[in-house]
Write a protein that binds this ligand. Structure first.
Ligand SMILES: [Zn+2]
Length: 475
C-alpha cells in the first residue's frame, strides 16, 4: 500500500522544551543511559500489548475453519489430476520453473542489499554521500528516502525485467516495454511519496521527543495505515488503471440484485482496464466505508455470466465480512507495535554503531542530530522494516488463505452453484497459469489464496454438506 501526499512537517525548535533533551540529561548517554530505561521498558510493554492485540484480533476474526459443519463421509481432498489435463499441469509446472528463478533471486538480492546497507556502515555512508550538499534537515530526510528507494528499485530492475519477459513468453503480459517502463516509474513515484511522508513524520517525532518518540510514532503509524487503506482506491489505484461503471444491462442488473439479496449495500460495480497490461482474470474489493468498491478486471467480462456471478459472490463475501476493514485494523496495530520495536532497536547504541551512526548524544543541541534522529539511520530503519515485513508475510498469507476460503464458501452459499464455481476456479487457474500443487515455500512466501485444486475441493466438500450433486471431474 502507499500513502497520499502530506505537507512537510515543521521541525522548529522552541528552546527549553520539557520533552527535549535540554531538560532530559538521560538522553545524553544514548540508549544505555539509566534515564532511557523507563521509556524503553514502557515501549517494550506497549509492543507486547499491541502484538497481543494483533494476535487477539487474528485469533478471534480469522475463519480457521471456513466451512464449518459436519461433512458426511469427510472433506474432499485436493487432486489436480481430477480437473486439470496433463498438458495444463505440465504448462503450469513449466511456468513455475520459469518464474521462480527471477522471483526468488529478486527477493533474496533485494533483502540482502537492504540488510547489508542497514546493518553495516555502508547505508549511512551512502546517505551521507547522497545528502552531502543538502543543508535543511527535512530535505535531507527526503533526499535519503528517495536515494535509498531508488537504489533498491534499480537493483531489483533486472529481476523485474526477467519476470516480465517470462510473463510475456507465456502470453500473460499484453504490455509493450515502454508501457511497462511507465508503470515502473509510476510505481517508483508512489514509493517515493509513501516513504517520504512516513519518514518525514517519523524523523520529526524522533527529533522532538528523543525519549518518548515511540508513543507519537505508534499513534501516527496507526492513523496513517487506516488513512492509506481508506484513500487507496481513490488516490493510488487510478494511477495505474482506468475505472468505469459496469454498463447498464442484464449483467449489471443481475449482479446488483445478487448484492441486494445478500444484504450488502453495493451502489456500483467497477470495471478496470486490466487488459492493457495482462490476460489474467481477477476481481477485488478495496477501501472501506464510503471508498469501498468492487472491481472486476475487464478480462473477466468475456466469461459466461454464471461464472462472473460466482466471482462477484466471492467479492460480496469480503464486503459482507468487512475483510478490508479488519485487515486494516490488524495492519494498523501491527505497524504501531512494529514502531515500538523500532524504537527499542534504534535506541540500542550497539546497533547504531554497527549501522555507522554515532549513538553518543553528548550535548543538548546535538541530541537532535545524532543517534536515531540522524537521517543517516534511515538505512537501518528501512532494513528493520524489510526484515519485519518479510517475517510477517507467512502469517499474513496463512490468515489471508483462510479469509479467501471463507469468501469462497460465501459465493457457494449465495449462488448454490458449485458446478459453475468449479468451472470458474479451473478457468482462473488455467488462465493465470497458477501452480496446481505449490510447495511449502510457495505457500509460506507468496500464496495469499488457496490453490485452484484446494478451492475446487472445497466446492465438492460444500456439495456433500448440502446434499447437492457433487461437481464431476472436469478432465
Ligand atoms: Zn478474495
Amino acid at each position: 500500500m502507499s500513502e497520499g501526499d502530506g505537507g512537510e512537517p515543521s521541525v522548529a525548535e522552541p528552546p527549553g522544551r520539557a520533552d527535549g533533551p535540554a531538560a532530559d540529561p538521560g538522553a545524553r548517554t544514548g540508549g544505555d543511559g539509566p534515564r532511557m530505561r523507563g521509556p524503553r521498558r514502557a515501549a517494550a510493554l506497549a509492543a507486547v500489548l499491541l502484538f497481543a492485540g494483533v494476535a487477539a484480533v487474528l485469533g478471534l476474526t480469522t475463519p480457521w475453519n471456513p466451512l464449518p459443519g459436519h461433512v458426511p463421509g469427510g472433506s474432499v481432498q485436493a487432486d489436480p489430476s481430477l480437473d486439470f489435463t496433463p498438458h495444463e499441469i505440465a504448462r503450469a509446472k513449466a511456468f513455475d520453473g520459469a518464474i521462480n528463478p527471477p522471483a526468488y533471486s529478486g527477493l533474496l538480492v533485494g533483502l540482502a542489499v537492504i540488510l547489508v546497507l542497514g546493518f553495516t556502515p555502508l547505508g549511512s555512508r551512502f546517505i551521507g554521500w547522497t545528502t552531502a550538499r543538502v543543508r535543511r534537515r527535512p530535505l535531507r530526510v527526503i533526499a535519503a528516502a528517495v536515494a535509498l528507494t531508488t537504489l533498491l528499485r534499480v537493483i531489483g530492475l533486472p529481476f523485474d525485467i526477467w519476470s516480465e519477459a517470462v510473463l510475456r513468453h507465456y502470453g500473460l503480459s499484453t504490455q509493450g516495454w515502454s508501457a511497462w517502463a511507465v508503470d515502473q516509474l509510476k510505481s517508483l513515484g508512489v514509493t517515493w511519496v509513501m516513504y517520504t511522508v512516513a519518514l518525514l513524520l517519523l524523523y520529526a517525532i524522533v527529533r522532538r521527543f528523543p525519549r518518548y518518540w515511540w508513543t507519537g510514532a505508534a499513534a501516527g503509524g496507526f492513523v496513517l495505515v487506516v488513512a492509506v487503506s481508506f484513500i487507496y482506491p481513490i488516490a493510488v489505484e487510478p494511477v495505474f488503471n482506468k475505472f468505469h461503471s459496469l454498463p447498464a444491462g442484464q449483467l449489471r442488473t443481475d449482479l446488483l440484485a445478487m448484492a441486494k439479496r445478500d444484504g450488502v449495500p453495493v451502489k456500483d460495480v467497477l470495471v478496470a482496464d486490466a487488459s492493457r497490461r495482462t490476460t489474467s482474470l481477477n476481481a477485488y474489493v478495496s477501501g472501506f466505508g464510503s471508498t469501498r468498491r468492487i472491481v472486476l478486471y475487464d478480462t473477466l467480462l468475456k466469461s459466461p455470466r454464471p461464472q462472473i456471478e460466482s466471482i462477484v459472490g466471492h467479492e460480496l463475501g469480503h464486503a459482507k465480512r468487512d475483510d478490508v476493514l479488519w485487515g486494516t485494523l490488524v495492519g494498523a496495530l501491527g505497524v504501531a507495535g512494529g514502531l515500538c520495536l523500532l524504537y527499542l532497536l534504534t535506541t540500542s547504541p550497539r546497533l547504531l554503531r554497527r549501522a555507522g551512526v554515532d549513538p553518543h548524544v553528548p550535548a543538548a543541541r546535538d541530541a537532535r542530530s545524532t543517534g536515531p534522529a540522524d537521517p543517516r539511520s534511515i538505512a537501518l530503519v528501512l532494513a528493520l522494516v524489510a526484515a519485519g515485513t518479510q517475517l510477517a508475510a507467512p502469517v499474513q498469507n496463512l490468515v489471508s488463505r483462510r479469509i479467501e476460503a471463507r469468501a469462497d464458501a460465501h459465493a457457494l452459499d449465495l449462488t448454490r452453484d458449485p458446478k459453475t464455481f468449479v468451472a470458474m476456479q479451473h478457468e482462473l487457474s488455467v488462465r493465470n497459469i497458477d501452480d496446481p500443487d505449490p510447495n511449502w515455500a510457495e505457500y509460506l512466501l507468496w500464496m495469499t489464496h488457496p490453490s485452484g485444486p484446494d478451492r475446487i475441493a472445497m466446492a465438492r466438500t460444500w456439495s456433500k454438506m448440502h446434499h447437492a450433486p457433487i461437481p464431476p471431474p472436469l478432465h
